[in-house]
Write a protein that binds this ligand. Structure first.
Ligand SMILES: [Zn+2]
Length: 207
């Protein structure tokens, strides 16, 4: 096709431009603006008139360059949008990390027995978005493994995990990763026990 094109550029001189369609027609063919059915009748002329073929190849090169510039401009806008979105997401995550940890302070809570709840006890309040619990155990609690669960008030657990309590600055605490995103908001019971012991229960309000 290249060899054919090079030949076409000079083998059909047409100094008088006899039968030439004019630059507007050539521009529309080169930029694919003319339907093929309409362009068809000019193809014979284009392939047998070197001046028209030269004009056509120049217009086509210009069209391709403009189209490439448009594609590059669109690609650049996409990169900018992606960049800004990523930047916003980064700061959003950075900003909400503090909110995703809940400190549950049981140090001054009365120590309940078994599954019994003290009805006068204010519930602990926790957002369902929370991904991390930091539980401060009642004073005098020992270090070591604990089981932790969140149950509905009639008994069934909706979330269970294990943690190891450690003593730091006179406070025994457990850190646990939690996922409460599937739970509905309402009243629950936070239950904590050492393995094979009885549960200690605390009212919990999921928001
Ligand atoms: Zn021509």
């Amino acid at each position: 096709m290249d060899a054919l094109g090079r030949g076409l550029l000079k083998e059909f001189p047409n100094p008088g431009r006899a039968g030439c369609p004019g630059s507007e027609v050539l521009r529309r063919i080169a930029s694919h603006a003319m339907p093929l059915a309409e362009a068809e009748k000019w193809l014979d002329h284009l392939t047998s008139c070197s001046p028209c073929y030269r004009d056509f190849t120049e217009l086509q090169a210009g069209y391709r360059q403009r189209r490439m510039q448009t594609v590059l401009a669109i690609a650049a806008s996409i990169l900018i949008v992606v960049g800004v979105a990523g930047w916003a997401l980064f700061f959003k995550q950075k900003g909400s990390r503090g909110v995703q940890t809940a400190a549950l302070d049981l140090r001054n809570r009365s120590v309940p027995r078994g599954g019994e709840l003290n009805p006068a006890e204010q519930p602990l309040e926790v957002s369902r978005e929370v991904k991390h619990f930091n539980v401060y155990l009642p004073l005098g609690s020992g270090e070591g493994p604990y089981e932790l669960r969140i149950a509905i008030t009639t008994g069934g657990a909706i979330f269970t995990t294990n943690g190891v309590a450690s003593l730091k600055d006179g406070v025994t605490s457990i850190e646990a990763v939690v996922d409460l995103s599937a739970a509905s908001s309402g009243r629950y019971v936070l239950q904590i026990r050492r393995p094979n012991s009885e549960w200690n229960s605390y009212p919990l309000l999921l928001r």
